[in-house]
Design a protein around this ligand. Structure first.
Ligand SMILES: Nc1ncnc2c1ncn2[C@@H]1O[C@H](COP(=O)(O)OP(=O)(O)OP(=O)(O)O)[C@@H](O)[C@H]1O
Ligand SMILES: [Mg+2]
Length: 248
């Protein structure tokens, strides 16, 4: 793995980002760091600007000001495929699979930036070891899978680009409790293999279980940040996002 001279510097940095949709400002001076090999979670309620933060990282939305840098180099001005080639993969909201294509085709779609066919075939095998349930479903139409299975396909597809970082939008949304646990466990496994994770979540108690650090976004502003352990015990997070005493 290549690292630049600043290997103790954060892998991903958003600094002073201001984002607008037309006249409406959705990010106010947003600054976020994702340390190498860490899981960082962005928490926040509806319409706080979480998904837009992912889109900024992926180059799908351009900030009006501020910078986004990955491994020491700015991502601004790059196209999404160029950003993916730098080593960032995404698991978008609601998985976004090609419903009429097979599970195999969907997973292989993640390797579109690669030319090394033999290694791609090996990686597909690796995905089936990581997500054994998908092995029996390779020829099945992706649209016919359960929500949890679709989440696994979306994660496998992201890993097929051999990313250094994965960004995920609400990976546990709409999943049954069994799959929520499975997905969190898989995120941890992926991270232990050295992939940094930036995830957006509304469910703070779940996210703080696996994150190293977290940021709390409120109407486009970071209002709290710190280690997941500290935030779990922070009364402001507990009251606003963990359902107060109920979540204990
Ligand atoms: N393409 C767009 N054009 C105009 N406004 C948009 C667009 N996308 C998002 N917005 C607005 O920007 C704000 C932030 O949206 P965003 O999707 O980032 O929030 P979110 O925190 O992900 O919300 P949710 O929890 O509902 O997923 C919202 O008010 C939304 O209506
Ligand atoms: Mg969203």
């Amino acid at each position: 793995m290549t690292t630049n001279a600043f290997s103790s510097a954060p892998l991903l940095t958003l600094s002073g980002v201001n984002t607008f949709y037309g006249q409406a400002q959705v990010h106010f001076d947003l600054s976020i760091n994702v340390a190498r090999s860490h899981i960082v979670c962005l928490l926040g309620g509806n319409a706080s600007g979480k998904s837009t933060t992912m889109k900024i990282i992926l180059g799908l939305v351009k900030p009006r000001s501020g910078d986004v840098s990955f491994d020491g180099a700015s991502l601004l001005g790059l196209t999404t495929p160029q950003i993916i080639r730098r080593g960032i993969a995404s698991v978008p909201e609601a998985r976004r699979l090609f419903a009429d294509m097979s599970v195999r085709e969907n997973i292989l779609m993640g390797a579109f930036v690669r030319n090394d066919r033999d290694a791609v075939a090996q990686d597909l095998e690796r995905m089936l070891a990581l997500f054994p349930k998908l092995g029996q479903r390779l020829s099945q139409r992706a649209g016919s899978l359960s929500g949890g299975e679709q989440q696994m396909v979306a994660m496998a597809r992201a890993l097929m680009s051999r990313p250094r970082m994965i960004v995920m939008d609400e990976p546990t949304m709409g999943l049954s409790p069994l799959y929520v646990d499975r997905v969190l466990e898989l995120i941890r496994t992926i991270n232990q293999e050295g992939v940094s994770v930036f995830m957006v979540e509304q469910n703070a108690s779940l996210a703080l279980e696996i994150a190293h650090e977290a940021y709390v976004l409120q109407t486009g502003k970071i209002v709290l940040s710190g280690s997941a352990r500290a935030l779990k015990d922070d009364p402001r997070v507990r009251d606003a996002y963990l359902g107060g005493a109920e979540a204990a």
